[in-house]
Design a binder for this molecule. Structure first.
Ligand code: FAS
Ligand code: PHB
Length: 389
């Protein structure tokens, strides 16, 4: 088989890139390791920057998002069980969309299927070859038979644990990492959200976040030891801890119920440079990871796709390689700014194991300053709604 762009990974990065290139007449094949059901069972991001909203609309997959998503003009922050609001719209003129990554992925799969996109699920042993030549190709095994796809370019959209980043020689690859000494324990519950907007809570017992998916599906997180056995966290233990950490008025009105999903995710900051090697481009989590505190992971994947999509269109339509030649530099410039924001939000809101009483006071003072300062709120808001592409 031959295609123009072979995409490794059928998550949001790979699907969105495939969909946008298809609309410009550029052929792609997606190789996905897991089954479609497995990919769609993953519960991940919840907040879309407005740039991501516009990219999804450009890809022709914005209708359900516009019908079912929640447009949020601000967010709540809290410390010492007291909350305050940051008004994104007043401070930046922009908003965000709350619409789960699972639904984004579902909408993209549906669009690819409607347009006869070539997606090979349960592809084993996906291996890129000849990335430093003009004739790259990718091999994989499906139902016991090895296949080969010849292509012009390979897009590594295969996440943090994928094969693409590992295909860049160690002599070329530079990796930067900070692993946080805690995780996020998240649940989904078929209960009405406790608030009309998100609540990010700092508390001396640890961080908590109140989010949502729809009018009767709430998403909550508490910071927890990353090696905690999930069994330790009964629903009752989760709700009790969440109520201790969020503002009192929210704790008093929250509707609890059985969890329909419960997972403990580790937190890390990670960046791999460069994001291009020969005919390989790294996209999304394959190249970078952020702690979810700033709601940047999925949105960074979308901005990578923006840069690569435009570069590839320029290559094929205008015979101009300036876009793909500057992809890594442009993508990394935005990645590092989002890494900084996610890291700073995580440091401000979480309790670190070695944290002193003075450190806790510093966090509380930072939040008190944030509450009192339009300049500080504007700085947070412009990062949260998304820096320009
Ligand atoms: P993905 O990891 O989503 O997709 C990669 C795909 O490649 C997967 O389907 C995988 O099966 C496939 N793949 C891997 N190796 C392969 C191989 N060798 N061959 C073929 N296919 C292969 N972000 C937020 O903004 N907010 C959040 O709250 C949030 N929560 C998260 C919770 C968890 C547990 C995780 C892991 C991530 C979370 N993220 C969050 C980040 C997440 O949303 C990512 O940023 C987003 O999924 C990035 O999309 P992709 O780059 O497509 O990578
Ligand atoms: C979510 O709804 O899952 C969510 C929202 C905001 C974040 C992280 C996760 O910062």
């Amino acid at each position: 088989m031959r295609t123009q762009v072979c995409i490794i990974g059928g998550g949001p990065s790979g699907l969105l890139l495939s969909q946008l290139l298809h609309l410009k007449g550029i052929d792609t094949v997606i190789l996905e390791r897991k089954s479609r059901d497995y990919v769609l069972s993953r519960i991940r991001a919840g907040v879309l920057e407005w740039g991501s909203v516009e990219m999804l609309r450009e890809a022709g997959v914005g209708d359900r998002m516009d019908r079912e998503g929640f447009v949020h003009a601000g967010t709540y922050m809290s410390a010492l069980n007291k909350g305050f609001r940051i008004d994104f719209e007043k401070l930046t003129g922009k908003k965000v969309m709350v619409y789960g990554q699972t639904e984004v992925t579902r909408d993209l799969y549906d669009a690819r299927d409607r347009m006869d996109g070539v997606i090979i699920d349960e592809a084993d042993g996906v291996t890129p070859h000849g990335l430093d030549t003009d004739a790259p190709y990718v091999t994989y095994v499906k139902d016991g038979t090895e296949h080969r796809i010849d292509c012009d370019f390979v897009a590594g959209c295969d996440g943090f644990h994928g094969v693409s980043r590992k295909s860049i020689p160690a002599s070329v690859l530079r990796e930067y990492e900070s692993v946080y000494p805690f995780g996020w324990l998240g649940i989904l519950s078929e209960t009405p959200p406790v608030s009309d907007e998100l609540i990010y809570a700092n508390h001396e017992r640890g961080f908590a976040l109140c989010s949502m998916r729809n009018a009767n599906l709430s998403r909550y997180y508490v910071q927890a030891p990353v090696d905690d056995p999930i069994e330790k966290w009964t629903d009752e233990a989760f709700w009790d801890e969440l109520k201790r950490r969020i503002p009192e008025d929210a704790a008093d009105r929250i509707v609890t119920g059985p969890s329909i999903e419960k997972s403990l995710a580790p937190l890390r900051s990670f960046v791999a440079e460069p994001m291009r090697w020969g005919r390989l481009f790294l996209v999304g989590d394959a190249a970078h990871i952020v702690p979810p505190t700033g709601a940047k992971g999925l949105n960074l994947a979308v901005s990578d796709v923006h840069y690569l999509y435009h570069g590839l269109v320029q290559h094929y339509q205008d015979k101009d390689d300036s876009g793909i030649d500057t992809y890594s530099q442009k993508a990394l410039a935005r990645v590092w700014k989002s890494e900084r924001f996610s890291w700073s939000m995580t440091k401000m809101l979480h309790r670190f194991p070695d944290q002193s009483a003075f450190d806790q006071r510093m966090q509380e003072a930072e939040l008190a300053y944030l509450e009192s300062s339009t300049a500080a709120q504007t700085a947070l808001a412009e990062n949260y709604i998304g820096l320009p592409f």
